[in-house]
Design a protein around this ligand. Sequence first.
Ligand code: 8YV
Length: 328
Amino acid sequence: MSKPKILVARSVFPETIARLEAHFEVESNQDDQTWSKPQLIQKLHGKQGAFTTGSERIDAEVLAACPELKICANMAVGYNNFDVDEMTARGVLATNAPDVLTETTADFGFALLMATARRITESEHFLRAGKWQKWSYDMFAGSDIHGATLGIIGMGRIGQGIARRGAHGFGMKVIYHNRSRLDAQLEAECKASYVGKEELLKTADHVVLVVPYSPASHHTIGAAELALMKPTATLVNIARGGIVDDAALAAALREKRLSAAGLDVFEGEPKVHPALLEVPNVVLTPHIASATIPTRRAMAELAADNLVGFLVHGKPVTPLNPAVLGGK
Ligand code: 8YV
């Protein structure tokens, strides 16, 4: 019997490719080309499976052009690149890679918060530029993390990881806002209190965004929300570009209506809004919150588990639309 055909849309670990090749006829993108949509469609045509990494848009147009597709497995916990409703309607399984990146991503969220609040990259640029001539009492004075109020918007697994780090590691007062309230036990474990979004924005010293992207969460933080925040506050986005209105944020930073920001994700990435590149009080990183080798390996393994699980054994590990199982 011939092996199912799959496409691996980005370069991944050679071991992952070798594992997939044991089960599938694999076309991979090991030289990491960035494909246009027509190129993606052309590559995906005739394939039963796709190993995606979170940036390949799988929508009605792609699905209509690739009727043999049965599964798209994201090597990412976020899946806003998938039109899941359309996939479900066409009997195409969607899977993501939750849990395996939670702690690594929460570590990074905290690292970005600390770098932002304590002006680490800005001061390093100053030093490297040879501008450090003397000590002065307010040179790169930042804001405290210990004992401050940490506001978390989006209290899923990663949000909870950040809450635990803040409350238990740094004695922060943690408040959160989420679509639904955590149960009492989880709230106690995270030492976190539920508040409305407006109260969170008005009272937090540091706001961290960990909310999934959807049309409903587009510009969760825009000009109006930034205006509610304390001018001394910091904002960290490790969620998705589009959750923050980057132009409004750059204006608030430039005009010192907000002290500082740390951004790992951007609207339209890998492009970055030029106004953000011009302001010094922002720490910018290229979407690397999950980037440690053990975690990226675990994410790739889970995406491969889903492809093998579903296409070979009929049992995916982390389906997003289980309604299609037994369908196509
Ligand atoms: C991925 C992420 O590296 O898991 C996610 O949702 O944002 C990252 O861990 C990214 O999606 C790759 O495109």
